[in-house]
Write a protein of this length. Structure first.
Ligand SMILES: [Zn+2]
Length: 207
């Protein structure tokens, strides 16, 4: 994905986000996007097949993008459902370890490398939407488009990208050597067409 394509994707999704945020509701304290709510506890197998990713999948021939996204998701089935319910813990720790090791091993060499790396391996299109200084550090509003974990999944009423949340913590923690907090506040599985992560990078001693 070159810079031009990346720019186009970000512009496309930022417009879509504006529309979706206008239709946002709060249900039992949970932000909910406009996509129809489906009452179920977990994503099931039929949900994970055939995601459409117009930007990340553009150069993939035939159904290749669909196939490797599905393969990635089937890989999650290595965890039994009983454990998947603890995904907030297990997937997040896995993501933190992967993020940390990607930096330690030199596969991602700088903060600037994160966006192209995630696009190259088709994990998602990262948009650093907002960055602001806060009293004891920095606050980031990160958006991920066409996320390999959740793109195309139904709205089950809660965000589910724990692994990606962990990756963000691991990557930024390793680069900054500071305490990083991240939470996914909007996701395909809570009714949107994007993921949004609220991130805080705190100076040591102030957490
Ligand atoms: Zn998500």
């Amino acid at each position: 994905m070159n810079d031009e394509e990346m720019k186009k994707a970000v512009e496309h999704y930022r417009l879509l986000i504006e529309e979706e945020l206008e239709q946002e509701k709060t249900v039992n304290g949970q932000r909910m996007g406009p996509r129809k709510f489906v009452k179920k506890m977990n994503i099931d197998l039929t949900d994970i097949i055939h995601p459409k990713r117009p930007f990340l999948g553009k150069k993939a021939t035939d159904e290749l993008d669909t196939l490797y996204v599905t393969t990635f998701r089937i890989g999650s089935s290595k965890n039994p459902v009983s454990l998947t319910k603890a995904g907030y813990g297990t997937d997040m720790v896995g993501g933190i370890e992967l993020g940390t090791n990607l930096v330690k091993s030199g596969l991602i060499k700088s903060v600037e490398d994160i966006v192209p790396f995630l696009a190259k391996y088709k994990i998602g299109i990262l948009d650093i939407f907002k960055e602001e200084k806060i009293e004891d550090g920095k606050r980031l509003d990160l958006r991920v488009y066409e996320c390999i974990e959740c793109c195309g999944l139904p709205n089950i009423g809660k965000p589910t990208c724990y692994f990606e949340t962990g990756m963000i913590i691991g990557l930024l923690g390793e680069f900054t050597d500071k305490k990083v907090f991240a939470e996914e506040v909007r996701c395909w599985t809570s009714g949107y067409s994007f993921c949004q992560f609220n991130v805080e990078i705190k100076e040591p001693g102030n957490e």
